[in-house]
Write a protein that binds this ligand. Structure first.
Ligand code: SF4
Length: 95
């Protein structure tokens, strides 16, 4: 599982990311070419654009599932929802 604390530095901020386990196999760049790019000098992939439509989102999810070393993370959903789960208790009604 990809580690959000171990992201490669080139990722753009947002839901998907690549961590340092990447072995530069090229699979994600073929699966989601609009979202993943190669850092040729360092020899890894990174997310250069977060998905902006359903097609790109599907390709990013596919790349994440197919990555042979599980270097792709999808951390956006949990963090987006986290702050909305706390409801304040109803205050006592005073008359
Ligand atoms: S599929 Fe995984 S290992 Fe292959 S280039 Fe992409 S992030 Fe790296």
């Amino acid at each position: 599982m990809a580690d959000a604390n171990d992201k490669v530095k080139d990722n753009v901020a947002g839901r998907f990311f690549v961590d340092s386990q990447c072995i530069d196999c090229n699979l994600c760049r073929e699966t989601a070419p609009k979202n993943f790019k190669q850092n040729e000098d360092a020899g890894y992939s990174f997310v250069y654009k977060q998905p902006e439509n359903d097609e790109e989102l599907g390709q990013c999810k596919e790349a994440k599932e197919a990555c042979p070393v599980e270097a792709i993370g999808d951390g956006g959903e949990a963090s987006d929802l986290k702050s909305q789960n706390h409801r304040s208790h109803t205050l006592p009604v005073s008359e």
